[in-house]
Design a protein around this ligand. Structure first.
Ligand code: UPG
Ligand code: MN
Length: 717
C-alpha cells in the first residue's frame, strides 16, 4: 500500500530463493572460466598435429560461445517477479468508466485453420466478463474465405444464446466446443461442417445474408476488393441477445489483396485491423489473439486493465502480455511444445526488468502507443468510456468508409509498418514491434493468472515444430542484427539484464554453429582415439564435471519445479539439439542470404489440424517424420554419424585398447557420443525399425546412410 493510503490495482512480488540461486550461478560461472583456461593452457603443438590445433581452436570458440550463452540464459532468471491484480478494486472505482476494448482475431487459411475452430475463439472472446457495449470483436481473414464468413455469420446468431448463458451460469471456458456440446451448438456445427466439407456456400445459405454478395466480384484469395461486413452493430438498439442485453460489435474483414501488392502477412492484417477498428469502435485497448487461441479465462480483460489503469504506474505500461498455453500438449511434451520454461520462468525474468517481450497472441496494447506515440512522464491518460460519437453514420456508410482503410494503396507513403502499427519485414513481427515500443521508453508487463488465460493448438508433428522455430529464430536473428536489438539500442532506457537476456533469443540462429561442432567433432576424435578433453585423473576434469552436472541437474530441477515430467525434460533436451542443428541452421543461412539480398523471408502458417493417424501417433507420443525435408536429412545424418563413431569406439575397445585405457583418456567423449546416440533413439527407430506412415521415407534413409558413410569414410582415412 502506498503511504497516502492509496490501494494499487496491481502488485509486483519477487520470486523467492534468489540468494541460493545466485550463489549457484556464480559457482557454475567460475567453472566455465576454468574450462576456458584449460583450453588456453593445453593448446596442441602446431608442428606435431596441425589439424588438431584447428580442432582445438574450434572447441575453444564453441565453449566460449556456450559459456556466454549460459550467462545470457541466467540473466533471464536473475530477477524474476510475479504480478498480482486486484479486480475488485478496479470494479469498485472504475466499473462505469471502463474503456472500450477491441479484440482482433487473425486467420489465414480455412483448410489448416478450420472455420469451426475460428468461431469458437471468436465466441469465447465475445463472452468476456466485460460490458458488452464496450467490446468489439474483429475477425481478419487473410484467406478471404466465404466459408469462414459463413461460420462467423452463424456464430453471430449463436452468440445471442451463448453470451447470456455464459454469464448466467458463469461458464468457464467460454469456447463452446471446449466447454460442452449442446443441441444448438451441435446444429450450428453440423451446418458449418457440411458447408466446409462441400467446400463452397450453397445458394440457400447465400440468400440468408447480403454479405455474400461481396464475393461476386471476387477472383481469388490473392486478388480481390476489401470485404467488410459489420455482422453485429453495437450502436443498434436491436442488437441484443435473447435476454435483451446488448451484444458486442462483430466485424468480418478480408483486406484488399492484389498480386502486385506485398501483403506483409500477419503484421499487414493487424495494421488493417487497427485502422478499420479506429473508425468503427476505436477502443483504447486492443487485444490480439490467433484464431486457435480461445479465451480460457473470462476475467483476463479486467486483469489487463488493472495494469493500464493503475493510478501510479499505469501510465507507463504499453502492453500486457499473457502466456500462450496449449490444450493439445501430451503428458511428456514429445516436441517440447508447451513453452513451459519460457512461460513459467523466462517471461517472469524479463518482467523483472520491466520488459517482457510482445509474443503475439494474448497481448493487450494501448492503441495510441501501438500507433507510435512516445513516452512522456508528464502525460496523463484520459480513459474514455464511450467512443466520441462524431455524427452517427448509417451502417452502410460506416462500412464503406471503413473499407477504404483496408485497401492496398492506403499505406503508400505513410509510416504504417515503420513507425506506426506492427513492423513489416520481420518474421517475428510481434517481437520487433514490442522492442521498438520499449525503446521509445514504455514498459510492458507479463501477467500470468492462476487459470490459464488462453489455450491454443501447438504443432503435432516434428516438422511443423521445426519450421515454426525456424521462423522464430530467423526473425529474432534479423532483429539482433538490426537497429532494434536491445543489446545496442536505446541506451539508458533499458537495463543491462534485459540486454543480455534478449541475446538468448536473438542469437538462437547462430548458435547452430557451436552445437554442430560439438555434436560432430568430439565423436569423430573418439573414433580416432584422440582425446580432446582432460583425462579422468587430471584435476582439470573437475570444472567440466561440475558444469555438466550443475547445468543439466539444474535444468531438470527447474523443469520438474515448473510442473513437467522427467521424460518431458529428456524430450526437451532432444528438441534443444534438433532445433539447433536444423531450424537454427536454416534460419542462419536464410538470414545471411536475405541480408545479401538473395531471398525474402516468408511466413509459413502452422497447421492446426492433422490426419487421424498422425494424431493417434501424437497422442501415443511417437515421433512423426514421414517427410523428405532437408531438416530431417541433417538430423538423420548427424544421428548416424554418432552411431558409427560409437560402434567404431566399441570395436576399438574390443580389438585393441581395452576399456580401461579408453575410459581413462576419453571419458567425456564417450559420455558425449553415447548421450547423443541415446537421445537420437527415436530417429534410429524412424529410419530402420518402424513400419507405420510416420517413419522416415525409405528414400531419405538411403540418402542419409550414404551421406553419413561418406563423411565417416573421409574422417577414418
Ligand atoms: O499471412 C498471414 C499469416 C498468418 N496469419 C495469422 O497469424 C497467426 C499466427 O500464425 P501461426 O501459424 O499460428 O504462427 P505461430 O508460430 O503459432 O504464432 C506465433 O508466432 C507468430 C510470429 O511468428 C505470432 O504472430 C503469433 O501471434 C504467435 O502466436 C494465425 O492466427 C494466422 O492466421 C495471418 O493473419 N496472415
Ligand atoms: Mn499458432
Amino acid at each position: 500500500m502506498a503511504s497516502d493510503g492509496y490501494l494499487p490495482l496491481f502488485e509486483t512480488r519477487r520470486v523467492k530463493g534468489r540468494i541460493f540461486y545466485r550463489v549457484f550461478v556464480v559457482s557454475v560461472f567460475v567453472c566455465i572460466f576454468f574450462i576456458w583456461v584449460y583450453r588456453l593452457c593445453h593448446i596442441p603443438n602446431k608442428h606435431e598435429n596441425g589439424k588438431l590445433l584447428w580442432v582445438w581452436i574450434g572447441l575453444f570458440a564453441a565453449e566460449l560461445w556456450l559459456g556466454f550463452y549460459w550467462i545470457f540464459t541466467q540473466s533471464l532468471r536473475w530477477n524474476r517477479v510475479r504480478r498480482l491484480t486486484f479486480r475488485d478494486r478496479l470494479s469498485q472505482r472504475y466499473e462505469d468508466k471502463l474503456p472500450g476494448v477491441d479484440i482482433f482475431v487473425c486467420t489465414a487459411d480455412p483448410k489448416i485453420e478450420p472455420p469451426m475452430m475460428v468461431i469458437n475463439t471468436v465466441l469465447s472472446v465475445m463472452a468476456y466478463d466485460y460490458p458488452t457495449d464496450k467490446l468489439s470483436v474483429y475477425l481478419s481473414d487473410d484467406a478471404s474465405s466465404d466459408l469462414t464468413f459463413y461460420a462467423l455469420m452463424e456464430a453471430s446468431h449463436f452468440s445471442t444464446h451463448w453470451i447470456p448463458y455464459c454469464k448466467k451460469f458463469n461458464v468457464e471456458p467460454r469456447s463452446p466446443a471446449a466447454y460442452f456440446i449442446n443441441r444448438l451448438y451441435e446444429e450450428m456445427e453440423n451446418r458449418i461442417q457440411t458447408a466446409t466439407k462441400l467446400g463452397r456456400i450453397t445458394e440457400e445459405i447465400r440468400m440468408k445474408h447480403k454479405g455474400f454478395s461481396q464475393w461476386d466480384s471476387y477472383s481469388s484469395p490473392l486478388d480481390h476488393d476489401t470485404i467488410l461486413q459489420i455482422l453485429i452493430d453495437g450502436r443498434d438498439p436491436n442488437a441484443v441477445d435473447n435476454e435483451r442485453c446488448a451484444l458486442p460489435t462483430l466485424v468480418y474483414l478480408a483486406r484488399e489483396k492484389r498480386p502486385w501488392h506485398f501483403q506483409n502477412f500477419k503484421a499487414g492484417a493487424m495494421n488493417a485491423l487497427i485502422r478499420v477498428s479506429s473508425k468503427i469502435s476505436n477502443g483504447q485497448v486492443i487485444l490480439n489473439v490467433d484464431c486457435d487461441m480461445y479465451s480460457n479465462n473470462s476475467q483476463v480483460v479486467r486483469d489487463a486493465l488493472c495494469f493500464f489503469i493503475d493510478e501510479e504506474k499505469g501510465h507507463e505500461v504499453a502492453f500486457v502480455q499473457f502466456p500462450q498455453n496449449f490444450d493439445n500438449v501430451t503428458k511428456n511434451e514429445l516436441y517440447s511444445n508447451s513453452s513451459r520454461i519460457f512461460n513459467e520462468v523466462e517471461l517472469q525474468g524479463l518482467d523483472g526488468y520491466g520488459c517482457p517481450l510482445y509474443t503475439g497472441s494474448g497481448c493487450f496494447h494501448r492503441r495510441e502507443i501501438l500507433c507510435g506515440s512516445k513516452y512522456n512522464k508528464e502525460t496523463k491518460i484520459e480513459w474514455k468510456s464511450k467512443k466520441d460519437s462524431k455524427g452517427e453514420e448509417s451502417l452502410l456508410d460506416l462500412e464503406e468508409t471503413s473499407k477504404a482503410l483496408a485497401s492496398c494503396t492506403y499505406e503508400r507513403n505513410t509510416q504504417w509498418g515503420k513507425e506506426m502499427g506492427l513492423k513489416y519485414g520481420c518474421p517475428a513481427e510481434d517481437v520487433v514491434t514490442g522492442l521498438s515500443i520499449q525503446s521509445r521508453g514504455w514498459k510492458s508487463v507479463y501477467s500470468k493468472p492462476e487459470r490459464d488465460a488462453f489455450l491454443g493448438v501447438s504443432p503435432t508433428t516434428l516438422l511443423q515444430l521445426l519450421v515454426q522455430h525456424k521462423r522464430w529464430s530467423e526473425g529474432n536473428f534479423q532483429i539482433f542484427i538490426s537497429k532494434y536489438c536491445p543489446a545496442w539500442h536505446a541506451h539508458g532506457k533499458i537495463s543491462l539484464g534485459f540486454r543480455l537476456g534478449y541475446c538468448c533469443y536473438g542469437l538462437w540462429a547462430p548458435s547452430c554453429l557451436a552445437t554442430l561442432f560439438y555434436s560432430v567433432v568430439p565423436s569423430l576424435y573418439l573414433l580416432k582415439g584422440i582425446p580432446l578433453f582432460p583425462e579422468i585423473t587430471s584435476p582439470w576434469i573437475i570444472p567440466f564435471a561440475y558444469v555438466i552436472f550443475a547445468k543439466y541437474g539444474g535444468s531438470l530441477v527447474e523443469f520438474l519445479w515448473c510442473g513437467g515430467t522427467a521424460l518431458g525434460w529428456w524430450n526437451d533436451q532432444r528438441l534443444w539439439l534438433y532445433k539447433r542443428t536444423s531450424s537454427y541452421l536454416f534460419a542462419f543461412i536464410d538470414t545471411i542470404l536475405k541480408t545479401l539480398g538473395f531471398s525474402e523471408s516468408a511466413f509459413v502458417v502452422t497447421a492446426k489440424v492433422a490426419d487421424q493417424d498422425v494424431l493417434e501417433r501424437y497422442e501415443k507420443e511417437i515421433m512423426e517424420f514421414g517427410d523428405t525435408s532437408s531438416m530431417f536429412t541433417i538430423l538423420s545424418t548427424l544421428a548416424l554419424l554418432n552411431l558409427f563413431c560409437l560402434i567404431g569406439a566399441v570395436k576399438r575397445v574390443i580389438i585393441d585398447d581395452g576399456f580401461v585405457k579408453l575410459y581413462e583418456t576419453m571419458i567425456l567423449q564417450i559420455l558425449l557420443c553415447s548421450t547423443l546416440v541415446l537421445i537420437n533413439w527415436p530417429l534410429y527407430q524412424g529410419l530402420f525399425l518402424r513400419k507405420d506412415n510416420g517413419k522416415m521415407p525409405s528414400s531419405l534413409t538411403a540418402k542419409t546412410l550414404v551421406l553419413a558413410l561418406v563423411l565417416f569414410g573421409i574422417e577414418v582415412t
